[in-house]
Design a protein around this ligand. Structure first.
Ligand code: MN
Ligand code: MN
Length: 496
């Protein structure tokens, strides 16, 4: 290391380190960070005076080109990762959704609900490795991203059943670089019973993996949905009434209790309520290996959005739904205190025209349970958390970087290669101008969607330069990197 040649110096910026902000130079050698210190010299100098310098953000929860019934989430691997890069995110972790094994007809749908559709085993329905249907689905998903993603990416494996073939396939999935496994406690075609969930947790733990869970009480939701629809309450504003806070609180509590029984580390995705976050905090206080994620939409938006005129409320239909201002405040407190560890986007965009309004021919409005669920958010996550987290004093600078960059990397086995500004780490770096003003709108974002849930939000603080492995890929809100420059991240060890 004594004679390392530094080819790029990011000079004079305020580095956000785990211990706090430090003014220093960052030296890049090839694809990695070579040195951190004062007075570094190199061939190319990027002046970062007055700017914040942080590790490229890591988004642990995105859904690019995800099939959902007759439609597909509107960002593909290229458009979605390009938008992420412009917003300072250099790593995403998406999902593999294998089809049932053995293959069965299209999953049953209750009341025509638009659900994510499990992918078939391989591209075009072919199973390339019949011995392991999960590995075949992983290969197919990697093939979609290869040559298209412009930032680095990992994949979580989804477990839609806990049959013998699936459980036996898990160790090979871990060995193939995917040691994190997504489970669902609701959604036809995905929902695991408590028995199946326990079997899955046991197998994931035995393979040294980490389980993720979408925790909502399926029976409670089905019960309320039936009542609402029978009463003709079909407009988007009834969506949150079909999934009240108690349905999340019960399922988070139960998932954590069962993970404790099975001895499996558990990561609860998209915690939307104060009650859900309280449950994660209690499990952690007991010493359980439990992690909680929330999302910008649950910190910044409320269920009032569903009361918008006409069909506009459909733009905000996601599950779990937006909650109350009290929940927003509770989630900020838990994020600040460390009871919640990460912020993921849960980016799952659908066009308002042509996708969200699907099924409109069925009546004046499609019923809320036919609206494809999900919202865009891959691009502005880091900047939203700065303007609404750091500026009002809810998060310190280092906590902001922790929840958006370091913790997602650490939990999912990418740290310190990702999420840290230390020698030897990948030179994924964001230069963030705390004075830069941006008003969010579809025109200022690169997401492939005709709306943003944050339309009109005035941000102060925005990324001005994004580097992926030493190369500038986004500058002043435009992508300038090579097409298809992202790499699959083979992960071996998760936090447990
Ligand atoms: Mn979910
Ligand atoms: Mn999701």
């Amino acid at each position: 290391m004594n004679h390392m040649v530094l080819d790029t110096i990011i000079r004079g910026g305020t580095l956000i380190t785990p211990g706090g902000p430090v003014i220093a130079d960052l030296g890049i050698a090839g694809e990695q960070i070579g040195a951190v210190g004062l007075g570094l010299a190199g061939a190319r100098v990027i002046d970062a005076t007055g700017k914040l310098v942080l590790p490229g953000a890591v988004d642990p929860h995105v859904h690019l080109q995800m099939p959902a019934g007759p439609v597909q989430s509107s960002d593909d691997w290229e458009t979605g990762t390009l938008a992420a890069a412009c917003g300072g995110t250099t790593t995403v972790i998406d999902f593999v959704e294998p089809g049932p094994n053995p293959p069965t007809p299209f999953p049953a749908r209750e009341g025509g609900e638009v659900l994510p559709s499990p992918r078939r085993g391989g591209a075009g329905g072919e199973v390339s490795d019949s011995a392991n249907h999960l590995l075949a689905a992983l290969a197919a998903r990697r093939a979609e991203a290869e040559g298209r993603a412009v930032i680095d990416y990992g994949l979580h494996m989804t477990l839609i059943d806990a049959g013998p073939a699936t459980l036996a396939a898990i160790p090979a999935v871990v060995a193939a670089g995917c040691p994190s496994f997504k489970t669902y406690l609701t959604y036809a075609g995905f929902k695991l019973t408590d028995d199946a969930f326990l079997s899955a947790l046991e197998a994931v733990a035995a393979a040294g993996g980490l389980a993720l869970v979408h925790a909502e009480n399926d029976a409670g939701i089905a019960f309320l949905k039936r009542r609402l629809l029978a009463a003709g309450r079909v407009e988007p504003r009834y969506h949150p009434r079909s999934r009240p806070a108690g349905t999340e609180a019960e399922a988070v509590e139960r998932a954590l209790a069962l993970a404790d029984v099975a001895g499996c580390p558990l990561y609860v995705v998209h915690v939307s309520t104060g009650r859900g976050a309280d449950a994660v905090a209690r499990a952690r206080a007991r010493g359980q290996a439990a992690y909680g994620e929330t999302c910008p939409q649950y910190l910044l938006l409320t269920e009032k959005e569903y009361d918008r005129a006409g069909f506009e409320g459909a733009k905000f239909v996601c599950s779990p739904p937006l909650r109350t201002g009290h929940d927003n405040a509770a989630l900020w407190r838990h994020l600040s205190s460390g009871d919640l560890q990460t912020v993921g986007a849960d980016h799952c965009p659908f066009f308002f025209r042509g996708q969200k309004d699907l099924g409109q021919s069925a009546g004046p409005f499609p019923s809320f349970d036919r609206i494809p669920g999900g919202m865009p958010g891959i691009e502005a996550r880091l900047a939203l958390l700065y303007t609404y987290g750091v500026r009002p004093g809810r998060l310190t600078l280092e906590r902001w970087v922790e929840v958006c960059c370091a913790a997602p990397a650490r939990v999912f086995g990418l740290y310190p290669r990702k999420g840290a500004l230390v020698p030897g780490a990948d030179a994924d770096v964001v230069i963030f101008d705390p004075a830069r003003e941006v008003t969010l709108a579809p025109a200022t974002l690169h997401e492939n969607c005709d709306y943003t849930p944050y339309d009109g939000f005035r941000l102060r603080g925005y990324p001005v330069l994004t580097l992926l492995r030493g190369r500038v890929i986004a500058q002043d809100g435009e992508f300038v990197g090579p097409r298809g420059g992202g790499r699959f991240l083979h992960r071996s060890e998760v936090c447990s």
